[in-house]
Design a protein around this ligand. Structure first.
Ligand code: UT7
Length: 336
């Protein structure tokens, strides 16, 4: 961060999941899988899914509205939406979300970094505030992942789900609780085909051939992705810790992207984070992509497992490949 520049300080939070719930038992009726396999391999028991006709913006408006209530004060002058599943390929979804939240004239755009979108969005929001372009930013992570997952693919349909989480960041001082501290981001596009939706973009469209069957669905090479997820989240976390001047024992709460329960355990063990300091909601909400971290923070703020003064380490990993980590002292905010 530029010396003397204002810091971005989290001052509000909200989370939202759609009311529809799909349990593992529900999935066993249409997929060749079992409750035991899903629980033991992923840690997921149930997930929330949108109703037909619902879109990412609907989830984002709910979570964003709650974060605005939680923050109170002035309306944001910028809206950043991290998402893998925009309502349409064009335009961005954020302007629609801003308009529906009554934020007329606010800068609004999407960030596409798949499951790392919230941390990329946090860096973006911090930059907007540090540069003076915005004084207050609504940052939302929202994904309607079930709209791109192949319902017949047991490797992904059991994992991915829908939801949204949001924070409000205001201009403030780097020493305040809630000030965004060291942020580490990285990518490796050589491995972009580990997690992809092959069709629907310029590559397929310019070829003049229609999508082959299944190409418009999300694909993930799970086993390889798993290995990279553990490596990258552990390494990024260590770098963020070093930049913050923290030892691992200083971390009160660890919030990793809720990719898979076994990945969360592996990363926490690799880093030496005690299990009781590791936050998790994957059992109830599955993997909600860009929504994963802010939804987790919102739910943990609401239930008291994350509170003001906790030194928080966050890390994420996903398609791109793209990853990140961030360290900050959690502010005294209430989830609306
Ligand atoms: O959020 C973005 C980042 N995403 C991640 O980090 C996710 C990373 N990967 C994973 O979470 C795990 O790799 C999965 C949960 C996707 C899969 O678990 P795994 O232990 O790596 O299983 P696998 O893909 O190696 O498959 C093992 C077996 C295969 O059968 P065979 O070939 O050994 O006969 C799969 O076909 O498990 C089979 N399988 C299933 N069986 C029952 C895959 N999905 C299922 C299922 N139910 N739902």
């Amino acid at each position: 961060m530029t010396a003397g520049a204002p810091a971005a300080v989290i001052c509000g939070i909200g989370g939202y999941v759609p009311p529809g719930v799909v349990t593992n038992q529900d999935l066993t009726s249409r997929l060749d899988t079992t409750d035991e396999w899903i629980r033991s391999r992923t840690g997921i028991a149930a997930r929330h899914v949108i109703a037909p006709g619902t879109a990412t913006s609907d989830l984002a408006v709910e979570a964003g509205g709650l974060a605005l209530v939680s923050a109170g004060g002035e309306p944001p002058d910028a809206v950043v939406l991290a998402t893998t599943t925009p309502d349409r390929p064009c335009p961005a979804t954020a302007p629609d979300v801003a308009a529906r939240l009554g934020l007329d004239g606010a800068a609004a755009f999407d960030v596409a970094a798949v499951c790392s979108g919230f941390l990329y969005g946090l860096a973006t929001a911090s930059g907007l505030i540090a540069s003076g372009t915005a004084r207050r930013v609504l940052l939302i992570g929202a994904d309607a992942f079930t709209t791109i997952v192949d319902p017949a693919d047991r490797g992904t349909a059991v994992i991915f789900a829908d939801g949204a989480g949001a924070v409000v960041l205001r201009s403030g001082d780097a020493t305040e609780p809630g000030a965004v501290g060291p942020l580490v981001l990285g990518s490796d596009g050589r491995l972009s085909d580990l997690i992809e939706v092959p069709a629907g973009g310029s590559r397929q469209r310019s070829s003049g051939r229609p999508p082959a069957p299944g190409e418009e669905y999300f694909r993930m090479r799970g086993r390889e992705t798993y290995r990279h997820a553990v490596e990258r989240m552990s390494a990024a976390s260590r770098t963020a810790l070093a930049s913050a001047g923290w030892e691992i024992g200083d971390v009160d709460r660890f919030a990793a992207h809720q990719a898979n329960g076994r990945i969360l355990t592996a990363v926490a063990e690799e880093l030496g984070v005690p299990a009781e300091r590791s936050l998790s909601n994957i059992e109830r909400v599955g993997n909600t992509g860009a929504a994963s971290i802010p939804l987790l923070l919102a739910q943990c703020t609401a239930d008291g497992s994350l509170s003001g003064g906790h030194r928080l380490l966050m890390t994420a990993f996903g398609g791109g490949l793209a990853w990140g980590a961030a360290a900050l002292v959690w502010p005294d905010v209430k989830a609306a």
